[in-house]
Design a protein around this ligand. Structure first.
Ligand SMILES: [Zn+2]
Length: 248
């Protein structure tokens, strides 16, 4: 399977990156995981925006889902005719959230998306085996484990430290983990991870490689977050960039 980072800026788009969006491909199937602000632009740069086979929205914060609203235009008004509905796996309420953000009229978006409510468990999407579980964030939020061909990609979404995150990431080849906060700062509880906490989770889950994401460039020092993660995890650590591809 191949991971392409479309956007990785935390909380709001940065000068160099859109918000969270990741393209995961295998056997010609194209799964978009999160669709944050600005990422539709990156999707066109690194892929074909029309040929998305399924979408997972890990939670309904703007920086993880807002371009699912913009994307309605792409599919509904394609010059060659409407494109078929795309399955969207998301917390309950996603249809209303997307519809109301798209238009004041609260019109149906069922012509564009077919919604499936997420709940903790394991299920197939195309060639992938997907496991999701609730993580520690103020709204209903799911971390994701994606398996294909004996390889595992785990994605934290947004979370503070929690046991489900460790289960989802257990033994993963790639652990795409948020690191929004600086260690040692007076961070709000129950919201995000520090670099050190991301490293600790990687160690406890015994992952192969730690990919840090969701840093907020305007607010934190990337070097400080990386240093804290490296101090807590002995394996390879890097900060992801838009356009970066990882084959596993
Ligand atoms: Zn969030």
């Amino acid at each position: 399977m191949r991971l392409t980072v479309l956007g990785c800026a935390g909380s709001f788009p940065g000068p160099e990156s859109a918000c969270s969006a990741y393209l995961v491909e295998a056997e010609g199937f194209r799964l978009l995981v999160d669709f944050g602000s600005g990422s539709l632009s990156a999707l066109q740069r690194y892929s074909d925006m029309n040929s998305i086979d399924a979408i997972i929205l890990t939670h309904l914060h703007c920086d993880h889902m807002l371009d699912a609203c913009t994307y309605i235009v792409v599919r509904r008004y394609d010059p060659s005719g409407p494109l078929p509905p795309v399955p969207v796996y998301a917390p309950l309420g996603a249809a209303e959230r997307i519809s109301s953000a798209y238009s004041q009229e609260n019109e149906s978006v069922d012509d564009v998306y077919t919604f499936y409510g997420l709940q903790p468990g394991t299920f197939p999407i195309g060639p992938f085996t997907i496991t999701v579980d609730r993580v520690n964030h103020p709204i209903e939020t799911y971390g994701v484990r994606i398996e294909h061909g004996g390889r595992v990609l785990a994605y934290s979404s947004d979370t503070a430290p929690c046991e489900p995150l460790l289960r989802l990431a257990a033994g993963a080849d790639l652990f795409l983990c948020e690191a929004s906060y600086l260690d040692g700062a007076d961070n709000p509880p129950g919201l995000h991870l520090t670099g050190g906490e991301a490293g600790e989770a990687a160690t406890k889950a015994d992952v192969g490689r730690l990919l840090l994401t969701h840093l907020v460039p305007a607010w934190v020092s990337e070097a400080s977050i990386v240093d804290a993660a490296v101090a807590a995890f002995a394996g390879p650590v890097e900060v992801v960039r838009p356009g970066a591809r990882y084959d596993l």
